[in-house]
Design a binder for this molecule. Sequence first.
Ligand code: ZN
Length: 364
Amino acid sequence: MKRTVWQRACLVVIVLCLLTLPSTIAYADDTSFSKADIYIDDKPLNTPYTLRNEHLMVPFLFLKNTGLKVDWDKRNRAAMFSYGNLLIALPEGKPYFEAYDKRTNSWKKHPLAAPAEELDGVTFVPLLEVAQIFGMKFSYDAKQTRTSITTNIKPAAPPILKGNTERKLVALTFDDGPDEQYTPIILDILKEKKVPATFFVLGKQVELLPDMTKRIVKEGHCIANHSWNHAKLPDVTSSELVEEIVSTQKEIRKTTGVLTNLFRPPYGALAKSDALLVQQMGMKNVLWSVDTLDWSGLSAEDILAIVRREITPGGIILQHNFHSKEQRLDGSVEALPIIIDELQEQGYQFVTIETMLGPEHPAR
Ligand SMILES: [Zn+2]
């Protein structure tokens, strides 16, 4: 009975992939692979792909977009996928996957039509076969040449972009520090203006500059987690993502005594299972509503124009405090006291993210 189901499933996969191929080919500049949009719970996600035995193969980390946790077993060279009680491994080059049985603490092999395969240093896996193992449904719309997967995995709460919009509160946030060049200047300005801010720090910078980190907290600012190494989190395994966050939590706590529950992913980027992991770790995913684009070297005048145009009650302003050779944040630092003066004249009150999201100012 089981085999019949599998054979039928494989046939469907083959037919779908044959149908998908001709009209979705597009050549990417950065890889030799074709790219296509796969619709996951109605959201288009672009991925490199290739075909093996007429199966749609994608980089194994792409499966994080379905909500599965994805890891890499170095010793066995196997891609690992898990959700709920189900954990499976796809060893490279093997025509089977192994499923972990908790009760017997053992692994059981099942046939796999398209083995995991390393291509250009990346492990590709059969997308629809893995999705099906986790009970996801997939379909193909020939008219729109669209491959769709319905996961039935509930996504994490949406990221926080702003606070309560009925109060004229605003939060300044500074990412990627602390550093030795801009952080002290920013702290001096904030001290002079008596305004609190929130610093989303990198664990490696906290380790490098513990005294600067302590100064941030001592002067009444909020400190929050921005990962250890500024990794682009959708491109790392689930275990590596957890390590980025946990190691930074430990470093912040060791240095300042603060245990934060605020996290901002580098580039604001999280795959579906990343966001679920962040939530399970009890962290809030905090983004922004006003992006000053200060890192790109904008002038103070350009930055002020963005803030004036985009600020609204409950606004969260994104700036940075990490030096570079080009000293690109000069404009940002120059704009800071003017942003503070202008917004205060308009009746805004500056608060930390912690205060903005706290019980006194519930978001509606
Ligand atoms: Zn950053």
